[in-house]
Design a protein around this ligand. Structure first.
Ligand SMILES: [Zn+2]
Ligand SMILES: [Zn+2]
Length: 281
C-alpha cells in the first residue's frame, strides 16, 4: 500500500510535500480550497505544476484532492446542486493541471426528497462532471456513514451509481470509519472478508482505488462520522491487521484522516506501519 495523510496546503504545496516526506508517506490528500464555502478557488497553474514536480521528486504519488464538505449532488435545491457541481468541476480541473490522480468527494444528502429523485440527480451531476474529465484523473466517490438521508452509505448504493453511470473514471474510496458507522463489522478477519466479498460483488475490487484509514469510537452502525486514532477505537488493531492483509487493498492508497497534530500523525503512521509489517511477516 501507499500510505499518506490528509495535509494542509495553506502553508504552500512545498511545505505539504515536505511534511508528507518527513512522515515517510508515499501519498497525501488535501483540500484545494476552503472546504466550508461554495467559493470556487482560482486555479494557480504554475504552483500546481511545481507541486507535481516536487511530488515526483519525493515519490509522493498518486495523491488526492478532497472536495468541499458542502458538496451536495442530491439536493432538491437546484442552486445547491449547481454550486456543488461548480466546486467539483473546479477540483477536477485543478487535478488535471497538477497531475493529481484522484478527486475524492462526498455525494451529499437526499434531505426530504424521495430517494429515487435524489439518486437521479446524483447520477446526472456525476455524468456531467465526468463528461469533461481528463484521462489521468478519477472522480472518486467516498462511502458515507449512512446517517439519515446521506448518499453512499451502503456498498449496494455505490454499486448502483457505478452501474448507472458506467464510466471508467468513476472510482470509489472506502473510509473505514464510515464503513463501521454504516454497520459493516470490519473489526475481525471474518467481518473484513464478508465486507470485501460484498465490495467485490457490488463494485469489483478494481473500482476501489483509495481508502481512508480511520479508527472510530462510534458504535457499530451508529451512523456518525467521527474519526479516531488507528488501533485506539472500535475497529482496533485486529481490524486493521485484517484489512491490510486483504487482497482488495494491495497496491492502493490509504490516507489517514485521524485527528490531532503532527505527533498524532507520527503515532498513527507508526501504528499503521507496524500493522503492515506484521501482516507482511
Ligand atoms: Zn471525506
Ligand atoms: Zn474519509
Amino acid at each position: 500500500m501507499r500510505i499518506g495523510v490528509h495535509t494542509r496546503v495553506s502553508f504552500g504545496y512545498d511545505a505539504a510535500v515536505a511534511y508528507a516526506r518527513s512522515l515517510g508517506c508515499e501519498s497525501l490528500q488535501f483540500f484545494a480550497g476552503n472546504p466550508k464555502t461554495y467559493r470556487v478557488s482560482p486555479i494557480d497553474t504554475p504552483a500546481l505544476q511545481q507541486f507535481a514536480a516536487a511530488r515526483v521528486a519525493a515519490n509522493i504519488q498518486p495523491v488526492a484532492i478532497h472536495t468541499s464538505y458542502l458538496i451536495n449532488l442530491a439536493s432538491e435545491d437546484a442552486k445547491i446542486t449547481v454550486n456543488s457541481l461548480k466546486l467539483l468541476k473546479n477540483d477536477l480541473k485543478a487535478a488535471a493541471v497538477g497531475g493529481i490522480a484522484y478527486v475524492n468527494t462526498h455525494l451529499g444528502s437526499y434531505g426530504t426528497r424521495e430517494r429515487a429523485a435524489g439518486f437521479a440527480s446524483v447520477v446526472a451531476a456525476l455524468q456531467d462532471a465526468l463528461d469533461g474529465i481528463a484521462p489521468g484523473v478519477a472522480l472518486v466517490m467516498e462511502n458515507s456513514a449512512g446517517a439519515g438521508q446521506l448518499c453512499g452509505g451502503t456498498i449496494e448504493e455505490l454499486g448502483a451509481f457505478v452501474r448507472a453511470i458506467d464510466h471508467p473514471n468513476l472510482r470509489v474510496c472506502l473510509d473505514t470509519a464510515h464503513t463501521w458507522a454504516a454497520g459493516y463489522a470490519i473489526d475481525t478477519q471474518d467481518g473484513v472478508e464478508r465486507f470485501f466479498d460484498l465490495v467485490e460483488r457490488e463494485l469489483g475490487l478494481d473500482r476501489v482505488v483509495m481508502f481512508h484509514f480511520n479508527d472510530t469510537q462510534i458504535e457499530l452502525g451508529g451512523h456518525r462520522d467521527r474519526h479516531w486514532h488507528i488501533g485506539e477505537g472500535r475497529i482496533g488493531i485486529e481490524g486493521f491487521r485484517a484489512i491490510v492483509a486483504h487482497p482488495g487493498v494491495q497496491g492502493k492508497v490509504a490516507i489517514l484522516e485521524t485527528p490531532g497534530e503532527e505527533e498524532d500523525d507520527r503515532r498513527n503512521i507508526a501504528t499503521l506501519r507496524a500493522v503492515l509489517e506484521g501482516a507482511a511477516a
